[in-house]
Design a protein around this ligand. Structure first.
Ligand SMILES: [Zn+2]
Length: 144
């Protein structure tokens, strides 16, 4: 079935995943709390959780502030994208999906705090001592 607009697509997703719904993060105490936890865990690097990120938890799509001003085409793209996450979760289970969700938040922190990756310099020295300076050193120095 081809959906003409985002409202239809939401209904279609709800048929595939009964209970599917959209909630504004700003109006969700749970999302507000999660926002504070993310800011703490990432030392403030993740500040866009409420304003820019769409998040599916359970059967709920938590929408950011930008949702209200998002056009139909982009809404359809977001909804199709998030439907993939719902299907992935069905396939892989909740714990793994939760982990995969959190990974980008932590790598964002690494990108914004380059000094943290300097640990790789130490690894490189250790690798040289063991006579394997090349590939292994690069692997150790690669950001997680
Ligand atoms: Zn995604």
């Amino acid at each position: 079935m081809t959906c003409e607009n985002s409202a239809e697509l939401i209904q279609e997703i709800a048929r595939e995943f009964p209970g599917f719904r959209l909630i504004s993060k700003r109006e969700s105490p749970f999302s507000l709390a999660l926002d504070r936890v993310l800011k703490l865990l990432t030392f403030g690097a993740q500040r866009a959780y409420l304003t820019h990120y769409h998040t599916v938890i359970g059967k709920t799509l938590y929408t950011p502030d930008t949702w209200a001003s998002t056009g139909e085409v982009e809404r359809m793209i977001v909804l199709r994208h998030e439907r993939i996450h719902l299907r992935q979760r069905q396939r892989y289970g909740l714990p793994l999906m939760t982990f995969l969700y959190l990974v980008p938040f932590f790598s964002a922190r690494t990108r914004l705090r380059p000094r943290a990756t300097r640990v790789g310099g130490v690894s490189r020295n250790l690798a040289s001592d063991s006579g394997a300076p090349g590939r292994r050193a690069r692997a150790l120095a690669a950001p997680a």
